[in-house]
Each structure stands twice: as structure tokens, then as C-alpha cells.
Design a protein around this ligand. Structure first.
Ligand code: PEP
Ligand code: MG
Length: 316
């Protein structure tokens, strides 16, 4: 019965009073597309392109091979948005030919956009492949950089996209607290933000996402993390731009309501979570989500924030 109810409602994500929150899928490549389509995803909010680079530890995949893979994902969402993240190598995703092997703290070293700025030929080849893949398709291509720290990073990425002749929207992932604190400055260079709450939690609480012993500090319900989400969403609103979430936080139906209340404009998650998030969001008005968000931010810990939001949303 529950499955039937979830299957019945496959429309666009929205609160009960019609405030639209597009529900997008996180994908790792063409193999993840059928599940995303089946779940009724309105597009792709995070295409992790790392998978393509895993076959060969010596060099980047050829441009042709990249074009083929990107095109398969882009073709699956003819009317929708597809947000492609350029290669995020380093730290938890090391690549032999790009990642320095001698860093004492790889998560704080050359990773993400930093790697690509050190290897501009890899970035240019990826951006050219994306431009070719999107040619002739009506899809709404967006390209974003991982691990943007400040306006200079955002500008370097936007410049690289322009150099490659890419006809797309350029965006920055907010995964480093500095980018959230100075989001308006970052937005002078790019057209959208996407919060990577997994890394944002790691860097906000100085808690390695790969170390189970500090998992208490990776809880995305923590009010400090919610504050950074709110700061980013407010900055985007003030600049007339969008601010999505593509970290694991978006896959928690209750937290998805809170993120919506904080002003986040789209939610991207693993396909299997989409029906649950859609159903939960459809139960509450935007004002109720906003009240839940305020209650969560007023709490002193992750578990208290969750309980406070739950109390608001179930007491209606
Ligand atoms: C994140 O950090 O939240 C994110 C979406 O990127 P990844 O998990 O691939 O680092
Ligand atoms: Mg990340």
C-alpha cells in the first residue's frame, strides 16, 4: 500500500501549498540513469564524474570516451536540468596521476578544484567533452566545481568554462565553510550554488568523513551546519540566484523539509530517496517548513534539532 502510494505520486517536488522544490538525482554515470527516471527525478542535481576516471590510474579518459558517457546522461533528461560536477579527485577519491601522494592531510590538501587548477589540461578536456556532449540537445546543462573556497576559486573556474567555450550555467559547490560565510562574494562569479553537506560537515566540525569514531560530528542536523545552509540560501536569494543541496542531507525526508524552510531551492539525492522526500514535502506548507527550520536552528545539538523539527511538523 505504501509502495502504491509512493508510486502514485510522481509529480514535481512541492510543498502542500505549491512551493516548488525540484527533486533531482545524484548519479555516478549512465548506469544510474534508469533508477533516476523511474523515481521521477526532475533532472540530475549531481553527476559525479569521478567514475569515468577510475578505470585507468595513469591518465585521464579520452575526450571521446567522456563525450559518450556525458551524452548518455544528458539525453535521459531532455527537458530537465543536468548538473555536472567536474572531476573531484583527492582526499577520499585519490587518483594516482593527479593526487599528490605525500600530503600529511589529504582532505586539506590539493583536491577537488585545486587539483584541476594544477592540471588545467584535464579540466579543459573535461569541459570540451561536456560542450560536445550537450551539442544539439535541448537539455539545460549546468556545470559546477567541487571544493570552491572563495571568489578567486569561483572566478578561476568560470574563466576555465569560458575558455572551453561552454554554453552552460557555471556554479560552485559550497563544501567549505569559507564559501558559505562569503557566499555573496562567490556569487559574483557564478550563477548558482550547490551545498555538498557531506564535506561541509567534515570541514565545519573538523571531523574526517571517513573516520567512524567521529561520526557524531558528521550529523547534518547539527545547528551549525544548518546556519551555514541558511547563510548560503540567503545569499543566493539576495543575488537572485539558486542554491540547491546535493549532499546526503537532502535524502532525509524530514531534513529535506527543514532545508526547504531554510530557503534551499532544489534537492538532489540518491534515486531511492526521491519518493520519500516527495511524499514528506507534500504534507507541509512552506510556512510550516520555515517554522521547523527555525526550531531546528534554535536547538543545541543534532538530535535536539531533529526532535524540534519533528515536533513542529507533526504537531500541525
Ligand atoms: C558532498 O560533499 O556533500 C558531496 C555531495 O560531494 P561528495 O560526497 O562526492 O564529496
Ligand atoms: Mg564533496
Amino acid at each position: 500500500e505504501r509502495k502504491a502510494a509512493l508510486d502514485a505520486a510522481k509529480g514535481p517536488g512541492a510543498t502542500s501549498d505549491g512551493h516548488k522544490v525540484p527533486l533531482l538525482a545524484n548519479v555516478g554515470g549512465p548506469a544510474d540513469v534508469p533508477a533516476a527516471v523511474e523515481a521521477g527525478a526532475e533532472g540530475v542535481g549531481l553527476f559525479r564524474t569521478e567514475f569515468l576516471f577510475l578505470d585507468d590510474s595513469e591518465r585521464a579518459p579520452s575526450e571521446e570516451k567522456q563525450v559518450e558517457a556525458y551524452r548518455k546522461v544528458l539525453e535521459a533528461f531532455p527537458e530537465g536540468r543536468v548538473v555536472v560536477r567536474v572531476l573531484d579527485a583527492g582526499a577520499d577519491k585519490p587518483l594516482d596521476f593527479l593526487t599528490p601522494g605525500d600530503e600529511p592531510n589529504p582532505a586539506l590538501g590539493v583536491r577537488g578544484l585545486r587539483t584541476l587548477l594544477d592540471h588545467p589540461e584535464v579540466l579543459q578536456s573535461q569541459l570540451r567533452a561536456l560542450a560536445k556532449a550537450a551539442e544539439g540537445l535541448p537539455v539545460y546543462l549546468e556545470v559546477m566545481a567541487p571544493m570552491v573556497a572563495d571568489r578567486a576559486d569561483a572566478k578561476a573556474f568560470a574563466d576555465a568554462c569560458r575558455e572551453a567555450g561552454l554554453n552552460a550555467k557555471f556554479g560552485a559547490m559550497v563544501e567549505i565553510p569559507s564559501a558559505a560565510l562569503r557566499a555573496r562574494s562567490v556569487l559574483q562569479e557564478v550563477e548558482f550554488l550547490s551545498l555538498g553537506t557531506n564535506d561541509l560537515a567534515q570541514y565545519t566540525f573538523a571531523a574526517d568523513r571517513q573516520v567512524g569514531a567521529v561520526s557524531r560530528l558528521q550529523d547534518p542536523w547539527q545547528p551549525a551546519l544548518l546556519d551555514l545552509v541558511a547563510a548560503s540560501a540567503e545569499a543566493a536569494k539576495a543575488e537572485g540566484k539558486s542554491c540547491g543541496v546535493c549532499g546526503e542531507a537532502a535524502a532525509d525526508p524530514l531534513l529535506a523539509c527543514v532545508l526547504t524552510g531554510l530557503g534551499v531551492t532544489s534537492l538532489s539525492m540518491g534515486a531511492s530517496a526521491i519518493p520519500f522526500v516527495r511524499a514528506q514535502l507534500a504534507k507541509h506548507t512552506l510556512a510550516q517548513c520555515e517554522r521547523a527550520a527555525s526550531a531546528a536552528r534554535a536547538a543545541d545539538s543534532g538530535p535536539e534539532a531533529r526532535a524540534a523539527a519533528q515536533a513542529v511538523l507533526s504537531g500541525e
